[in-house]
Write a protein that binds this ligand. Structure first.
Ligand code: FAD
Length: 289
């Protein structure tokens, strides 16, 4: 491994100041579970890593407000989120997803900020947060800005987070009467990387679906909203014909990519049936209020 500089700042602002907007070989490192694998594989050779471990104490809190909004510090580990009973009660879809995200050794180390910033379209947390309408707070040298999770990704491993910016927090709006589900379809073990992820959040007004947010991952180059399928679902009832039309619309609008967990043709069929299954799962989930 080529030698590199390891910086260990004590504050978020100090960490931001150690990043370099013009040098892609200078990177923040949170849990390191993704970055270290890239370094070992020789696809990333840093000149400087800025460790976020010492700023963890100030940026790893997880809290649910009285109004039901969830706020997660970017340095909270995935295990801490999984074990947080208030978050699990308010957002059961997150609590159901986490135990199938890799294994406990990875979840004990990997951080929420790293899981969002990495930009690998196979990751499980981003589609769920995108469907829930979450946003991240991004801190730069001069100012901070909020970006919706469904607008965070611009391509395969590409995000809008600048080289000298850090994700500081994630804010998830209250579930209120919404229902949500995440369908993780794996080709091997249940906790493997998904061949397809479909996340959905919606209101059920009697038999009528409203405010549907439908998100695909793993079968697409980046986490993406399926807006044409959403249009079919909004205002409709979740009968077989509607769910089939929504599945067909999703396949028509989503640019599907193949990988070792499934060909393009296979993933197309997964998505076609996955949309309806995710909506049905959401409808059968228990309300949180
Ligand atoms: C064996 C294995 C199996 C896995 N299986 C799954 C799976 O099934 N599903 C799944 O979702 N994930 C899976 N993962 C991935 C795991 O979730 C990620 O590796 C992890 O979420 C990354 O978090 P980290 O804190 O370790 O990030 P790091 O490795 O520290 O960083 C990842 C990237 O994010 C950047 N970064 C980190 N923190 C910030 C921040 N606050 N602001 C801006 N940029 C930041 C880094 O510069 C780097 O580019 C697996 C990982 C392993 C090792």
């Amino acid at each position: 491994m080529t030698p590199f500089e390891l910086m260990e700042p004590q504050t978020l602002q100090e960490a931001v100041g150690l990043l370099d907007p013009d040098d892609a070989s200078v990177r923040p490192v949170a849990g390191g579970t993704a970055l270290m694998l890239m370094m070992k594989a020789g696809v990333f050779a840093p000149t400087r890593l800025v460790s976020l471990q010492h700023i963890g104490a100030q940026h790893s809190e997880i809290g649910v407000s009285g109004a039901g909004e969830l706020r997660i510090g970017a340095m909270a580990t995935l295990s801490a989120l999984e074990r947080n009973t208030k978050a699990a009660e308010a957002f059961p879809v997150i609590a159901r997803m986490l135990p199938r995200l890799s294994n406990v050794r990875v979840r004990n180390v990997a951080c929420v900020g790293g899981a969002l910033a990495h930009g690998d379209p196979h990751m499980d947390l981003p589609p769920v947060l995108a469907a829930l309408g979450a946003k991240v707070s991004i801190v730069g040298p001069k100012e901070s800005r909020d970006v919706a999770v469904d607008e965070l990704y611009t391509g395969y491993y590409e995000t809008v987070v600048g080289r000298n910016e850090l994700i500081a927090d994630v804010i998830v709006p209250a579930m209120q009467s919404r229902k949500a589900a995440y369908l993780k379809i794996t080709a091997r073990s249940a906790d493997d990387w998904p061949a397809l992820g479909v996340a959905v959040a919606l209101h059920a007004d009697g038999n009528t679906l409203r405010d549907v947010r439908l998100v695909a991952s793993a079968a697409t180059a980046m986490v993406m909203r399926l807006t044409e399928a959403e249009k079919i679902l909004n205002g409709a009832s979740a009968d077989d014909a509607t769910l089939k039309r929504a599945g067909d619309a999703a396949v028509a609008e989503a640019p599907i990519i193949g990988d070792i967990r499934g060909s393009v043709a296979y993933k197309r069929e997964l998505l076609r049936v996955g949309v309806g299954r995710a909506v049905r799962q959401a409808l059968s989930s228990r309300p949180t209020h």
